[in-house]
Design a protein around this ligand. Sequence first.
Ligand code: BG6
Length: 506
Amino acid sequence: ASAEDCGIVVFGASGDLVQRKLIPALYGLHLRNLLPSRFYILGFARSDMTDEQFRGRMREAITAAHAEHPAAVAQEKLDAFLAMCRYVSGDYNDPRAYERLSMRCSTCDRDFDATGNRLFYLALPPDLHPVVTRRLAEADLTDEGPQGRPWARVVFEKPFGHDLASALHLDSLLGRTLAPSQIFRMDHYLGKETVQSVLMFRFANAIFEPLWNRRYIDHVQITTAESLGVEHRGGYYDNAGCLRDMFQNHMLQMLAITAMEPPASFQAESVRDERVKLMRSLRPWPCGDTGGELCNWVVRAQYEAAPGGASSLPAYRNEPDVAPDSVTETYVAAKVLIDNWRWQGVPFMLRSGKALHRKVTEIAVTFRRVPHVLFGLSSKAQMPANVLVLKIQPDEGIDLTIQAKQPGPKSCMSTMALSFKYKDIFGVTPPDAYERLLLDCMQGDRTLFWSREEVEAAWSLIDPVLSEWAAHPQRCPLHTYPAGSWGPQAADALMRSIGARWRRPP
Ligand code: BG6
């Protein structure tokens, strides 16, 4: 299917996400001639702005996003793109604003000769999702025509709710106002080329799947490390924290893709069903009566300044819009067990944090060691394990370490990597995840979007930990780590508890 003619209405149009990700992604599609031929972008936010001022901001956003490749910002192309952008301001909860929006949509449909298909993109914090959904429905903006033509689709940017209760509340509202085919829950990690290639790696190659289980795999490490701090998102982040911001969505989704059973087909329902089955098999962490145990499973920490160290970031508590006594975690490491036949007893070690040593996302599968050591090592020494590293970003690719003989008369061994580098083979860096996912929305393909069941399963795991932290802060202390390091010592201890060490990607 190709992207169908439509208009996209972007809520939160003056916000960070729109300027840094969404608009540059739409521009990227425009550069590659992938946008529909009849198309427009209508920004909606509280700030008063004229169409011209909005275009000026979008011009700046696109220029900044392409700062490393200024050649991509060809004036003619950019002007043509901006000519498709318009703006309407209003309060998210004001019915009159939606009347104005409805009129602007109709005018745009006419001016751009569009078919009336509309994509409403909620680049807004989760507390505004129910408000905007309700108002859109009341203004009949989410009504579809007969047989769903013209269509109206609504994209919800993660996080989906703030906790289990608010996620259930949103879901029941969505159930009353929208058909499932109209709902797109966006998690941009699912749109990353290398995350999708995990599925291809697993299910398009015969040789790995037979090893993909408890008999051959010792443990799996999933890391999403960021070197930046919270930048100017302190207001949002201080209310969210790492567990909500990264674990409830991106981290669990990468875990699901790594560990799920093969789906029967690559249809949206099949793939989403397997992901949800996996999420429902995750063993709940000890909370409530057994809560004293939680710190042996989940470690939380916050970054501190490290004067003279690897990072010049201030302490998290000194970041703009962060409470000076904040106990929000900027780092989480967790041990996850999966209660099913394939994975019984195999720890999945997850960690994510801000202000870490470098930016890297990877899934590292450590295989079991050989049962008997033959070569060059004392009987007590252990042969290094084979490690398969699915490198999600940057330096996208796949490495598999093997032991090989060093040249010479002695039986000396060293560890080598069989290495596939995305850039060397394909000659390009992977396209931005938002580009792919926006196209999927315009094509009505929901394979790479969260289902309601996944959201609920993920919150069911996360929610008790949030409650435990709030109710018994002393049981699960908030550790600290120096900005620019690889995280707190408590996370190293967590890893030692399974007899392994965190990887230190170079
Ligand atoms: C977002 C989080 O979903 O993902 C941010 O809200 C985080 O806090 C970002 O920085 C990371 O995305 P990426 O694509 O840069 O790894």
